[in-house]
Design a protein. Structure first.
Length: 251
């Protein structure tokens, strides 16, 4: 059985620690992408290294690895869908060209024939552009390194047209870009953990206990983590240790 719980932390004092955790885990996740998918290093060896290198727990490493795997799956699935839609467009355009060619062969009026030739020329150019795009996407489907952009490609391109996108300087865009790349983090749990999740545990009374990464404990939290009591939700109850794995996404 799976259940979805939604909640909102209303305590504004939680923002600095949540942003710091998101930035820290996001930084580790981007390094993991390079090591895992570019350098092709085994995940087991990376886990031991990252726990010491970035000062995170084993569960936090599992969470960023799971989040990264989800991004990669989504990226590859999106490419497959784009290939499918592009093939449909190419097929439709080829059928249209065959009809226009037949119409041109039957047309006797010279002026109309000229317009049809021009229309055919433009459609052929469009077809060639679609075929080139399809070739590029098909190459991307077999690439060993998935096309993942942390922060989104749309926002990355905004830096080349700052004023048109409401930015007065590149520094303003860079601040938003960094925030977008670290806008949330995943807390991965297990059925054998207390509360279903040892990193983020919902206690009776709507108290959320969050495990701070060891690297940030000196500044933001004790070993047992941080707690916030003002938790508003649509549907939220204390998790049960006998249920399925618990996953909490904080954004």
């Amino acid at each position: 059985m799976k259940a979805t719980f939604e909640g909102r932390i209303e305590d504004e004092s939680s923002s600095p620690v949540l942003e710091a955790i998101a930035a820290h885990l996001g930084h580790a996740e981007r390094h993991l992408f390079v090591d895992r998918y570019v350098r092709r290093r085994p995940l087991a060896a990376l886990k031991r290294e990252y726990i010491a290198r970035f000062g995170i727990t084993a569960r936090q490493f599992n969470a960023i690895a799971e989040d990264l795997q989800g991004r990669v799956r989504a990226s590859r699935s999106a490419v497959v869908q784009r290939v499918r839609r592009l093939r449909e467009r190419i097929s439709h355009l080829r059928r249209l060209l065959r009809k226009r060619k037949k119409r041109l062969a039957k047309e006797e009026d010279s002026e109309r024939r000229g317009r049809l030739r021009f229309l055919l020329h433009q459609k052929k150019r469009h077809l060639r552009a679609l075929e080139q795009r399809l070739d590029f996407l098909q190459e991307e489907t077999v690439r060993s390194v998935p096309g993942v952009c942390f922060g989104s490609r749309r926002m990355f391109r905004e830096q080349f047209h700052l004023h048109a996108n409401g930015y007065r300087s590149h520094e303003e865009w860079l601040a938003d870009w960094r925030q977008a790349r670290s806008g949330g983090f995943l807390c991965l749990g297990s059925r054998d953990e207390r509360g279903g999740n040892q990193t983020a545990t919902l206690l009776p009374g709507g108290v959320l206990r969050l495990r701070v990464p060891p690297a940030l404990e000196g500044e933001y939290g004790r070993p047992r983590g941080r707690e916030w009591k003002s938790l508003r939700s649509n549907r939220i109850t204390p998790a049960s240790s006998g249920g399925s794995s618990s996953v909490l996404a904080i954004t």
